[in-house]
Design a protein around this ligand. Structure first.
Ligand code: NAD
Length: 500
């Protein structure tokens, strides 16, 4: 069966099984129907490993965005009235379908984003886990009832959905970022308008179709999920942020864009959640288990070729183990295999676009010119696509752009420190505070770090922290609010206090 909105032809399918390609919606989803952009325009989506075009996708504009908001607003009253158990069952069914279609969705994630298939499968499982978690949370929304301290009356605290939400996502995790927003929004009773990243709109469309089909089958309002891909993000966000029918913005992306959206959101005092950029320190202390530290370093650095907000950006290593750690990290990077994500054996895929490779090349060259030592990599492999070789540098000055900016590439700069206090000072020497990693066997030190490192999340002897049941998010310039856990659904709920 062909899905609505799917295209007749695919321009390049070498990395995408034809069975998947035929079922990718490439249009705009409004009120339960896939349709072209009102302008009739499309934009191209390419495979970053080959630079070839995969699909032409409908290019949504202002009117398409407003149509989507009208649909979401129209579905709002009916959706909030749906019994929590029914919302839970819908999400549970979506979880089952996503899980059953793991191979298809993973192929799509790899085709449009480049990551190795094993990572894409892990991303699908991770995303599905959020859908399952929030299916379970739909029936566990708490309020409060108590006697007022004065004893003169009673107090009730009720929770209700905030209303239509605009969800804007980045390209680096095309299913995970959607799942972390759509699942709690629907669970809470909010209809959504999704604006996927221009570079990776295909996975979003595929998953939205799974949700749409489930809604329709259950006789629920299809306008609960709307998707507006666009080559011009502002033409979607601008009119929606100016429209008082929109009650919530949840954004994941760069701090710069997040800050500009916060300004616009202030006009209607819009509820906002912001998952923004990071600059994660990876602290290795003298007492660390170095085998574990290197394994964690590769996991924290190399997922999606270093293009993650939680990527270890700065390796801060205590002097006593710095040489040994760097030598072992270099050896581990030597074993990585750069290639097309769909090729067997690939462990490092391409970067997302040419400008990303140019930028990484520039910051590495600047560091090398300033005296950093390139232990491995520092160049591009000789093949088409946007690739950069896994790179380790030591003797890095922490004032360099390689350390102060998000690298978003497979590059590990090593900076050394002496005392614990010096390590913490280096870790905190950034406007960002999303995640930090620390390798040490000293429990007392772990507790000191939990209190002194300015971070939303701390991975202790672990290179991965994220989990559907835990609050993911940052402090300082890394954002506002949390995704995951009990906190994630709070972002989509209002509080009403009733004095009785
Ligand atoms: P980006 O900010 O360029 O884009 C993110 C999304 O915003 C995309 O959908 C884009 O089309 C849209 N957008 C861009 N300009 C806009 C504008 N002026 N108005 C409205 N929307 C606009 O970020 P990116 O390059 O896609 O993603 C990389 C960034 O995302 C990195 O900084 C990374 O750290 C961050 N990120 C954060 C998290 C997190 O959970 N904290 C997760 C993943 C990525």
């Amino acid at each position: 069966m062909r899905l609505p909105g799917a295209r007749d032809t695919v321009r390049m399918t070498t990395s995408l099984p034809p069975t998947v390609a035929a079922h990718v919606p490439t249009e705009i989803l409004v009120d339960g129907s896939w349709r072209p952009a009102r302008s009739g325009r499309t934009f191209e989506v390419a495979d970053p490993a080959t630079t070839q075009t995969l699909f032409d996708v409908a290019d949504g504009g202002e009117q398409d965005a407003l149509d989507a908001l009208t649909a979401a607003d129209g579905a709002s009253a009916e959706w909030r009235a749906v019994a929590p158990r029914q919302r839970a069952e819908l999400l549970r069914a979506v979880f089952e379908t996503i899980t059953a279609r793991t191979e298809d969705i993973a192929a799509l994630v790899t085709a449009e984003g480049g990551k190795p298939l094993a990572e894409s499968r892990a991303e699908v499982a991770y995303a599905a886990d959020y859908v399952r978690w929030y299916s379970e949370q739909a029936v566990r929304l708490d309020g409060l009832a108590r006697r007022a301290p004065s004893g003169t009356n009673h107090q009730l605290v009720l929770r209700r959905p905030v209303g239509p939400a605009l969800l804007i996502t980045p390209w680096n995790f095309p299913i995970a970022m959607i799942a972390r927003k759509v699942a709690p929004a629907l669970s809470a009773g909010c209809p959504v308008v999704v604006k996927p990243a221009q570079l990776t709109p295909l996975t979003t469309a595929f998953v939205a179709e799974i949700i749409r089909a489930e809604l329709v089958e259950r006789g629920m309002p299809a306008g609960v999920i709307n998707v507006v891909p666009s080559s011009s993000a502002r033409s979607v966000s601008g009119p929606l942020l100016a429209d008082p029918r929109l009650r919530k913005l949840s954004f994941t992306g760069s701090t710069e864009v997040g800050a500009s959206l916060l300004k616009l959101a202030s006009e209607h005092i819009l509820r906002t959640s912001m998952e923004l950029g990071g600059n994660a320190p990876f602290l290795v202390f003298d007492d660390a288990d170095l085998d574990d530290a290197v394994e964690g370093a590769v996991a924290a650095k190399m997922r999606n070729a270093g293009q993650t907000c939680v990527a270890a950006n700065r390796f801060l290593v205590q002097r006593g183990v710095a040489d040994e750690f760097t030598t072992r990290l270099t050896a581990a990077f030597e074993r990585l295999v750069v290639g097309h994500g769909a090729e067997t054996g690939t462990t490092v895929g391409p970067l997302i676009e040419k400008s990303a490779v140019d930028r990484v090349e520039e910051v590495v060259a600047q560091a090398a010119d300033a005296g950093a030592r390139v232990r491995i990599g520092g160049d591009r492999p000789d093949r088409p696509g946007y690739f950069y070789n896994p790179t380790v540098l030591d003797r890095v000055d922490p004032a360099l752009r390689l350390v102060t900016e998000e690298i978003f590439g497979p590059v590990a700069p090593v900076v050394t420190f002496g005392s614990e206090a010096e390590g913490v000072e280096l870790a905190n020497g950034t406007p960002f505070g999303l995640v930090a990693y620390a390798y040490t066997r000293d429990v007392a030190r772990v507790l000191r770090l939990a209190e002194s490192v300015e971070t939303g999340m701390l991975g202790v002897n672990r290179g991965m922290v994220s989990d559907a049941s835990a609050p993911f998010g940052g402090v300082k310039a890394s954002g506002l609010g949390r995704e995951g856990g009990e906190a994630g659904i709070e972002e989509y709920l209002e509080t009403t206090y009733v004095a009785l």
